[in-house]
Design a protein around this ligand. Sequence first.
Ligand code: NCD
Length: 306
Amino acid sequence: MRNLIDIRDMTVEEIDRMLDLADRIFEHPEQYRDTANHKTLATLFFEPSTRTRLSFEAAMLELGGRILGFSSAASSSATKGESVADTVAVVSGYCDIIAMRHPKEGAPVVAARHATVPVINAGDGGHNHPTQTLTDLMTIRREKGRLCDMNIGLCGDLQFGRTVHSLIAAMSRSPGIRFSLISPDELCIPDYVREILTERGCDFVEIGSMEEVMPTLDVLYMTRVQKERFFNEADYIRLKDSYILDPAKLSRAKDDLCVMHPLPRVNEISTLVDNDPRACYFKQARYGKYVRMALILTLLELVKEG
Ligand code: NCD
């Protein structure tokens, strides 16, 4: 693997190896302190981000590497009309690896074609977000001890939520997964994601109510309604608070439910849930740095065997 554009660029075995490495780095970060010395990561973020960009930068700095980049399209030559192809062709000369976020679906594919260094998709429009999925898989594996045989509830904006699409693409390859897809009709999964589920013969239900499936879930993945992808503000306002997880709803869940959220949270999870031992979302954000350290080392072919 040279680039990470879609989570399906990685085989299940490659993901397992990367999660093993992320676990080793998590347990012994000091052993990896200088592994990316003199290497430079460019973060090209044409769309806002807190966790993804900062965790990429923190990951590279912790590996002893250097970082450069921009955090909004407004501060790049995109405002002058420069193409993604030209930007990455130029930036390839300044760095060893690129992490790119872009509002247009498919932009990282174009970038990978024109870059001379590895390209990581850090989120493309409402499409994919493979490094969030690696973070999510690390969280599920650490919290549940496995990536198979479980009931996963995905709740909220399943139409535009790119983290949901990538997570389904990854987890649908594991045996014994049942998906409960909880959303208003307007925000149900796109057809191409439904096709992935059908092609793989996955067990899934699409429902409108969270309460109905709550007692059956092992993982509950909450998502924000993606305001920036709506054409119409009135629709966003009508749909934005469709689901709010609070202690009353959680009281019907299993004791070992793992509640996840890629963050940022708006109203989807009451802050009253934050101290519940089942709330894993801040831990999940922390794991993101370690999994990105593992990804950078793998793509730069700097992996030390553990
Ligand atoms: C997500 C994203 O950017 O898609 N955030 C993240 O990377 N952790 C989710 C979101 O913005 O709702």
